[in-house]
Every structure is written in C-alpha cells, then in structure tokens.
Design a protein around this ligand. Structure first.
Ligand SMILES: [Zn+2]
Length: 480
C-alpha cells in the first residue's frame, strides 16, 4: 500500500505541491441489534480508498478516490494540487506547518479477542438473553446492540513519514423503555446512546456482563414511571460515569478545539468561549479540576499511535488545578500559540480531510475517595445516572442536561428515586462549583463513538476518563 501512497506523493510533487500526505484506509464495521425478542439489524460494511492532502502556493488541496489503479491515484493527487492552486487565489495567509519528526513505525491493534471472529449467532444469542432478562411487565421496548470496527491505515508524507496503524474497537449496550399513562422512562447499561465502546476486542463485551444487568435496567425503567418528579431549585449534585463523560465532552472537549477558537470551524454549536486571551489565565474550574487530553491511554476509544498528520499520540494538560492551560491543536494551528502540534488531527475515513478532534479528554481522579464516601459527605443532593438529553449554546458556555435517573441524597444516605432529573449551568461557574472528584478506584474511561463535527459531517470515536464528581448548589429541575 505504501507503493500506492508514494505514487500519489510523486504525482503531487511533480504537479508543484510543496507538501503532500497520502492515507490509504481500509475500514470495516459490523452491527448486530436485537429489539423486542427479534433480530432487528445484522449489517456489515467495508470501505477502502486513498485521500491525498497537499500544500501548493501556500493553500490546502484535498482529493480522494476508491479507485486504486495507478492512473486514478495519480490523477487524484493532481486534482488535489489543482484545488490547492484554486484555493490559493482567495488565501488570507499561506499555511505554515509546525515541524514534526518524520516517523517510520507500525502500530498494531490492542484487541485480545478479535470481535469479527465471534460468530454472529453468538452475538444474537447474547442479545436475546439480555432481551429475555428485560422482559418484565411495563417494559414496552427492549433493545440491545453490539458493534465492532476495524481500521487499517497507511500514511506517507513528502517529509518521509511512513506509518502503518491498525485499530479494532468494540462496543455494546442494552436499554429498556417503559411506558404508561403518557409517561415514558428509559434505563440503559452501561451507558445511554448505544452503550460503552473501547479500542479493545470481544473481551470488553464479556467483562460488561450485559445479561446480568437486563433485569435491573428493566425494573428501574418501570419504577421510574411512578417515581417522584425531580425537585426544583439549587442543590448539590453528584455526576457519575457516562453522564460526567458527556459533561466533559461538551463543556471542555469541544471548546478547547483550536480550529473553533480561530474561527475555521463553526458547525454544530461550533464556536468557543475559550478565546486565546484566556489561555493560562482563565479560572475554568475549582482547584480539584484537572483535565488532560491523552491519546496514549491503553485500550481507550480516543487512543491511537499517530494522528492523521503523522504526529505521535501525546498526553497534554488542558486544565491544571482549575486554570485553563491548553488547546487541542494541529500542525497548522499550533504555531498561533508558538507551540508544536499536540497531535489531534483525525479524518473520518479515506475520503475526508483531517480536522482537529478530541482524543481522550480526561478528568483526572481526585482525593474524593470512593463514591460511597462522596454520598456520605452530601447532606442534601442528587446522584445522577446516564444521559437522556442535552443542549448547549454556540460558545459552549450555557448548558442543560437531562438524565435517565437520579437518587435523592438526604443526610448522607440514598433516599429514593427521582424521575426526569435535569441540571443546568454556565461552564466555568459549574466547574468552579466542583468540590470533590473520586479517586483512582472509581476512575474509568468511557467511549463516545459518535462525536460529530465538520461539513460534511465527520463522525469520530473519542473517549473520556472520569471518576464521579460533586458540584455544589447547581440549579436542578424537571427535564422537559
Ligand atoms: Zn462531540
């Protein structure tokens, strides 16, 4: 495959490109879903092609093809140069890339059990057993899914980089929806919106033990129908697992993408309140809030060996003792800060140009101990689980999240189930009200497989490591 990539490099350079990179990508995906005791989806897809990105006359050009014949690849490379020349006519300033060592390397996947080798019948049997466990009176819809993705990628640049990377990711989840008298309630495991996903193999699905949680999620969904509505007002809240991961994703991960800050990306609530003047000066959160972007966490969904500019995976500080101190950058944007790229450029397949994407944006564990300790130390509050809805403004400043379930905490003890819980806040005020993050023993990385960005939309797999955290006197109410 390097031969094809090098053919593209040569053709683009002959046509006048001053920089070229070529990515040959093979991507496969398999989805198995069961709904209400029947197989709902068994699907697989495969895609292969080459994308060529060039700089010519100081501007970017990109072209891609799934025709891997020599002539088609060379023509595609020449087309990328033509596009760059055309773009240069309206250029504001020429692109300058921060330097990177041209690496030659191979990075294998981290799956112990290849999920594509597990028979589809075994996947269906697992989901049917979960479905049966969720079949309790009052549950109207039972759903379960497993999916896996494999990507093999050859990256070559005119600077000499030659990188082969292989990646396997596996995901799974179940959910039960109960309905009665106009009320609809859903519970999911291990996370809402499709479950958990990681750069691991079938061993992840085995560890999740989905079938052991079927009855619980179904029973909770039914119990929520008659639960007390969420109280309104100001209250302490404890966020857990995938909900806290989504909180980090929306209010930290997206606003620290430097292309949004510089105004070259604006889709999907796409700007940022974290403007350049705030770097190393804005108090983003309290002193217990420490956030890193870490593409090196083994098995995490946002991990890789090198990004799609050939920059090695890194661990960089984003928030240090509450102070905002770093962005997610690319080779083009990093010089704005006088820095080198921290390796966040990724493309959704061969036919898309890379843009700045989250890696694993992780809230580091704190000194809050176990979740039980946090609950014991809370006099009057809410313990919230799994996301149900969210909204956020264009600058990622004001937000509202609804959760599937909350428990009322009174006098340090769980005091009953609450339905339709929601909370709202302003990003720096909210993180400023964080007074405790649980310790290492509660810390876990959650995969977000469907982060959308760009036009045309690129879907990216990212991750968030979190341990449950408490936020004091947050505005809570009934989700609408
Ligand atoms: Zn996202």
């Amino acid at each position: 495959m390097y031969r094809i990539a090098e053919l593209a490099l040569g053709a683009a350079q002959s046509a006048g490109a001053t920089y070229v990179d070529a990515r040959v990508v093979h991507k496969s995906r398999q989805d198995v879903q069961v709904k209400n005791g029947a197989v709902d989806v068994v699907a697989s897809a495969h895609s292969a092609g080459i994308g060529v990105r060039v700089l010519c006359d100081g501007a970017w050009g990109f072209a891609a093809t799934c025709d891997m014949a020599d002539a088609a690849v060379m023509e595609t490379a020449q087309q990328a140069v033509e596009i760059a020349r055309a773009s240069a006519r309206t250029m504001i300033r020429p692109v300058e890339l921060s330097p990177v060592d041209a690496a030659v390397d191979e990075v294998s996947h981290q799956a112990a059990l290849d999920p594509f080798q597990v028979p589809i019948a075994e996947k269906i049997d697992l989901l049917l057993s979960c479905d049966a466990a969720m079949n309790v009176p009052g549950v109207a819809v039972r759903q379960g899914s497993v999916n896996c993705t494999r990507e093999e990628k050859w990256f070559a640049s005119s600077e000499g980089a030659r990188l082969w990377q292989e990646r396997i990711a596996t995901g799974a989840g179940i959910e039960a929806t109960a309905a009665a008298a106009g009320e609809v309630q859903r519970r999911s495991y291990p996370a809402s919106h499709g479950g958990q996903k990681a750069c691991r193999g079938w061993e992840l699905v085995e560890e999740l033990a989905l079938q052991d949680h079927g009855k619980r999620v179904a029973t909770e969904a039914v119990a929520l129908l008659d639960a007390e509505p969420c109280p309104q007002g100001k209250m302490d809240i404890i966020l857990t697992g995938s909900q806290l991961a989504l909180q980090v994703h929306e209010t930290c991960g997206h606003p620290v993408e430097l292309d949004r800050v510089l105004g070259t990306e604006a889709s999907f609530a796409g700007r940022s309140f974290l403007t350049l003047d705030k770097l190393c000066s804005l108090r983003y959160g309290s002193e217990v809030v420490n956030i890193v972007a870490d593409a090196t966490v083994p098995g995490a969904l946002g991990s890789f060996g090198y990004d799609d500019e050939g920059v090695p995976a890194q661990r960089v500080r984003i928030v240090c003792d509450g102070v905002f101190c770093g962005y997610l950058t690319s080779r083009e944007t990093a010089p704005t800060l006088g820095r080198s790229s921290n390796g966040c450029m990724r493309a959704d397949g061969w036919n898309r140009s890379p843009i700045i994407r989250m890696t694993n944006i992780n809230l580091l564990p704190g000194g809050g101990g176990a979740l039980a300790d946090l609950i014991r130390g809370t006099d009057d509050g809410l313990l919230m689980f799994e996301n149900r809805s969210w909204s956020i403004d264009d600058r990622r400043l004001n937000f509202q999240f609804g959760c599937e379930l909350a428990y009322r905490i009174q006098g340090g003890e769980i005091a009953g189930m609450v339905r339709n819980p929601s909370y709202q806040g302003n990003t720096p005020e909210f993180w400023g009200a964080c007074d405790a993050v649980c310790g290492e023993e509660e810390w876990q990385v959650w995969g977000v497989p469907n982060c959308g960005k760009g036009e045309p939309m690129q879907v990216m797999e990212v991750g968030h490591g979190v341990a449950p955290a408490r936020f004091r006197q947050v505005t809570v109410g009934v989700a609408r």
